[in-house]
Design a protein around this ligand. Structure first.
Ligand SMILES: Nc1ccn([C@@H]2O[C@H](COP(=O)(O)O)[C@@H](O)[C@H]2O)c(=O)n1
Ligand SMILES: C[C@@]1(CO)OP(=O)(O)OP(=O)(O)OC[C@H]1O
Length: 161
């Protein structure tokens, strides 16, 4: 058995006039995340963790923000494609552990739906996807509600043939 660990980190600016989509879940909030795609900071961190574990670089290499094809893209599409890329290399996902850094809004009411969305795309049991959230105690750009960050750690495995 071969096992591989990967980590992913992403940050997006929080601004008025944008939707707030995190972990594939749209959250009702006066501000949203700005990006080339739907700016789903958590799914981007998960994509980077998957790509990293498989030795496949990062999200920007696969989906450049200079490509108009990805403008406004639903980030679950990126996640489906990343899943295919790691499966082509023979890897399966064992589990994911993620953290969202946001002063507001509260993520607790949405964490189960986020885990279910990620598990659905990756064809995993929801209990293999753990979502955590933390404020930064009003410190820094996250504490000032200027942005939201996310980190993900993933374990991949494959049976040696
Ligand atoms: N955006 C957030 C931030 C935090 N939570 C939940 O609150 C707990 C306490 O947060 P601290 O930053 O004070 O440690 C945290 O463990 C989360 O359960 C949240 O839901 N949404
Ligand atoms: C996803 C991509 C592509 O639409 O754009 P953004 O939505 O801006 O997100 P980012 O986290 O900067 O990741 C890489 C980009 O190539």
């Amino acid at each position: 058995m071969q096992i591989r660990v990967g980590t992913g980190t992403d940050v997006h600016e929080l601004v008025a006039g944008h939707r707030l989509v995190i972990g594939g879940v749209e959250i009702d909030h006066p501000m949203g995340l700005k990006g080339h795609s739907d700016a789903d900071v958590l799914l981007h961190a998960v994509c980077d963790a998957l790509l990293g574990a498989a030795g496949l670089g990062d999200i920007g290499e696969h989906f450049p923000d200079t490509d108009s094809a990805y403008k406004g893209m639903d980030s679950t599409r990126f996640l489906y494609i990343c899943k295919d890329k790691i499966q082509e290399k023979g890897f399966m996902v064992a589990n994911l552990d993620c953290t969202i850094f946001a002063q507001a809004p509260k993520m607790s009411p949405h964490k189960k739906a986020m885990a279910a969305c990620i598990a659905d795309v990756l064809e995993l049991s929801p209990d293999c996807v753990n979502i955590k959230a933390t404020t930064t105690e009003h410190l820094g750009f996250i504490g000032r509600k200027q942005g939201i960050a996310a980190q993900a750690t993933v374990l991949l495995y494959k049976h040696k043939s």
